[in-house]
Design a protein around this ligand. Sequence first.
Ligand code: GLN
Length: 490
Amino acid sequence: MINASLPELRRALDARQISSVELASLFLDRIDALNPALNAFITVDRDGALAAARAADERIAAGTAGALTGIPLAHKDVFCTEGVLTTCGSKMLSNFVSPYDAHVVSLLKAAGVVSLGKANMDEFAMGSSNESSYYGAVKNPWNTARVPGGSSGGSAAAVAARLAPIATGTDTGGSVRQPAAFCGITGIKPTYGLVSRYGMIAYASSLDQGGAFGASAEDCALLLSAMTGFDERDSTSLERPTEDYAAALAAPASAKPLEGLRIGLPREFFAEGMADDVRAAVEAALDQYRALGATTVEVSLPNAKLAIPAYYVIAPAECSSNLSRFDGVRYGHRAADYGDLADMYSKSRAEGFGAEVKRRILVGTYVLSHGYYDAYYLQAQRLRRLIAQDFQAALQQCDVIAGPTTPTTAWALGQMADDPVQMYLSDIYTIAVNLAGLPGLSHPAGFGTDGLPVGLQLIGDYFAEARLLNAAHRFQQVTDWHARRPATAA
Ligand code: GLN
């Protein structure tokens, strides 16, 4: 049961082969057994999960269950959950029990999903390795001496180790796709504006987007369908009809189901920078796509190399503004001893934030300050526009863009902890997608020479989620990379 797909779990629940309470208990027991070694969860909500599972069982009995009713899930701890500790991986919020649910959390609750708890993450979603969490690093289930990726590393590790069948995440510069790649699972970041940011603790608001993790594209499609939808409480939420991404996968079988799909391969992604073993896995996966009927064409993203410098101006600028609300006054950490009000602010923030968060607040404050705004922030916004235009030009020549998700497989814990710039550079293939607001998906495509998973990234035009999920699903119907499991879940 722990390795069952969501459609298999649905059938088992509907056929009463297992109850939702039994299913939740199975995963909660696995969390008890395996989480001490992986540190994928910050909070395990056994009582809440069992109560939700009992309610789900009643709905199933009453014949009112939906696709996800009774299915267990892990929420990234960036999503506010009413009555449950919501830390965002930070000491600053280590005492914060949210008084309300994020929009995504309410949608999934209404669908009857059973939240098992809150997944570990880089502090305020800033990082690529999950080592910046106040709650300690998450370990990669494939090799516990390696990082799981970040910032949604707890969510990805939980799904890979089958501590939860599915999980939510957020992706500001790659935080769904990169940990999905490092942990050998599938993850999708939709078009900016498709998933409401209400109650999703803000890092860089013009880039932050909720996303879905699952073992397969099909599981991601089911979860994403339940997460999207207009929300007037998020001013950038898009008012458009929701799509059933899973139904869109049910195309008739054919030997060449991807006939007519043009895959663009950006010259810049396949130049130097990608490790040989990642390249070999990505090339082999592209051969498989060709065997399914797709054609490939070279495209160019000439400004993609500027994505990292642009992002590391824009994201810190937005974070310095967003994180100014954490001042120790209404909620969150407050220093025990202080003099006047200014001293209370400064001591609370000095104690509550970790080093990476402070570094970004300082950079952001600097690039927004008088005299530097034009030189840094405005320049970065211009680059952002050029990068978005590159994608639009490339997408004139192809239907989806493919390449590696990451330049290497997961690196060793501690390896980049003292070298933030090196860590920033590891996001070279994912960040441009957020700057353009496009959807991106990562799916397992093989293994590196170190035995760790390799991810292939698919990027689409705005609202091309169904196309990305469909391509990945067709690939997964004829390959088994997504079905491989680390030893603890085999
Ligand atoms: N790794 C990137 C960063 O450190 C992206 C993080 C994210 O997507 N939340 O900012």
